[in-house]
Design a protein around this ligand. Sequence first.
Ligand code: 5RP
Length: 219
Amino acid sequence: MSIDDMKKRAAEAALAYVEDNTVVGVGTGSTVNHFIDALARIKHRVEGVVSSSEASTQRLKACKIPVLDLNAVGPLPLYVDGADEANRQLQLIKGGGGALTREKIVAAASDKFVCIADQSKLVDVLGHFPLPVEVIPMARSHVGRELLKRGGQPVLRERFVTDNGNLILDVYNLHMLEPAKLEAELNNIAGVVTVGIFALRPADVLLLGTADGVQTLQP
Ligand code: 5RP
């Protein structure tokens, strides 16, 4: 079975968490694209969605699923999104697609965060995947120096601008033994918009697509 089939399995399993007549938060990425396609089949049952990126918005609109403004709908019962890495506490690294800031906002505004991923995303310790950090353009060098001081190797993501008009530094070699502490510390560097560690608000459920079916993990 291919990795993409495993992503699709996890995405399909997330439909069980969607309640009738509610607004669903929708993340970004190839796993979420499968979720959007699945959601399209039951779109008459939901009021609409809040999207975490321009890319997801385009796909949702193509599926004729109403995309609503987070400010107009208040807290959401459910957010479904993928991850680049997840540990067994359901702390995540996200932002491989560069949508981390809006993803973190929608996750924060949701009661339940269901993370969908293929089995390759589960790790013992976060940090093998380079950590995406969204930065204000004028702060790029300053933030880079601060990350170097902490042992990271920041690399500017070439030819990439986020939906918010900012840059992404992908940071290699960070030790993430205490992800929540590191998230808070990096968030505090002036010029950092969002760091791709989701540990202060981890996922509540991880649906892991495997060759044998879907595994449900809870912390
Ligand atoms: C985008 C993300 C994605 O959830 C993450 O990159 C996983 O992507 P995929 O489902 O394509 O493996 O954080 O910013």
